[in-house]
Design a protein around this ligand. Structure first.
Ligand code: GAL
Length: 333
């Protein structure tokens, strides 16, 4: 059971006696800290979380206070934010870790105050999650994103082979834009997308790879350098997320290269801007990472934990992990 913040003036009532230990509160408070509020996928996930809160309030008739803080890339700042959330009487905290290898302080503080923690999107290692039974993780089925990206490229190659393989040598010359070093998604996507293309029987040749930290501007400048070095030898751009793929597209737009001469560019996330680029035909493919679904499941879990209900309601839950599936999205003529 959470330590309820009476000091912060939170009110709660017991509504009848359901199963043992089950009860409803009419007012709960959730603290959320994100690693970077300007990250496109995270910003969209937070919008969805706010919508999910409104829906849940309508459904339950209770009130949910959502307090959101931006850690702006600092783990120590995030630790302080979580400490403040706990002191101000949050029933549950949701943490998008800055450094996914460094959750110790947060776990220790939450455990000593008996406040459950839902980590999301930036996955802590299993040994850390095992450190207390009130630690959870909500995210995506990580392996799937890289595999699906590779599969879409292979499907596109089968459909439009000659257009992808511009020089007709039967090999796809590619560059790889990688997310943050050490991020579980960057590691997995980088490895699995290429391996899946190779396993589908398509030979590839890597021209370059660079870390662009999920960031559109950084990706644009990397892409500009590659374009200067390799010109139209680049046939495929594999990007660990949509924002970096959009950065690559920005580089082609800035160089005034016609759309028909772009390489095949593949992202991951299916953000609003990513899907618009698919419509436009500049982004060849993406893999939909269901941030809205993750937000919804996270809210359900947070609500149930705060209300001390059984967690049977939460979909996609295995142990203390909630992982949502991806979907392939491809531009088609
Ligand atoms: C990934 C997402 C990236 C970025 C990152 C932040 O799952 O694909 O675009 O948002 O999370 O941790």
């Amino acid at each position: 059971m959470a330590v309820f913040g009476l000091a912060a003036g939170l009110m709660f009532v017991l509504t009848g006696c359901g199963r043992t230990g089950e009860r409803e509160k009419n007012s709960i408070k959730i603290g959320v800290s994100v690693y970077d509020q300007y990250d496109t996928f995270i910003a969209q996930l937070m919008e969805s979380l706010e919508e999910a809160v409104k829906e849940k309030e309508m459904e339950t008739g209770g009130s949910i206070t959502l307090e959101v803080q931006n850690a702006a890339g600092s783990q120590s700042e995030q630790n302080n934010q979580i400490e403040d959330f706990i002191h101000s009487g949050c029933d549950v905290v949701c943490v998008n870790l800055v450094d996914r290898t460094d959750p110790t302080m947060i776990i220790d503080k939450a455990k000593s105050a008996d406040v459950p923690v839902i980590f999301f999107n930036r996955e802590l290692v299993e040994e850390d999650l095992e450190r207390w039974e009130k630690l959870y993780y909500v995210g995506a089925v990580t392996l799937e994103s890289g595999i699906m990206q590779g599969e879409i490229v292979a499907e596109a190659y089968k459909d439009y082979g000659k257009r992808l393989d511009k020089n007709g040598d039967g090999i796809l010359q590619y560059v790889m834009l990688e997310g943050e070093a050490g991020h579980q998604d960057a590691i997995i996507r980088t490895e699995y997308s290429v391996n899946t293309i190779i396993e589908a029987g398509i030979p590839v040749e890597k021209l370059g790879h660079a870390i662009a930290n999920w960031n559109r501007g950084q990706a644009q400048s990397k892409m500009q350098q590659w374009m200067e070095t390799f010109g139209d030898k680049i046939e495929l751009v594999l990007s660990n997320n949509d924002d970096m793929a959009l950065g690559a597209i920005d580089a082609y737009k800035a160089a005034e290269i016609p759309l028909s001469e772009y390489p095949f560019i593949a992202g991951i996330d299916g953000t609003k801007v990513g899907l618009e680029a698919i419509q436009e035909g500049s982004l060849g493919a993406t893999v939909f990472n269901d941030g809205a679904g993750q937000a919804k499941e996270m809210l359900k879990l947070a609500y149930d934990l705060a209300a001390d209900k059984s967690l049977a309601d939460v979909e996609y839950m295995e142990g203390r992990y909630v992982r949502l599936p991806h979907q392939k999205v491809r531009w088609k003529e």
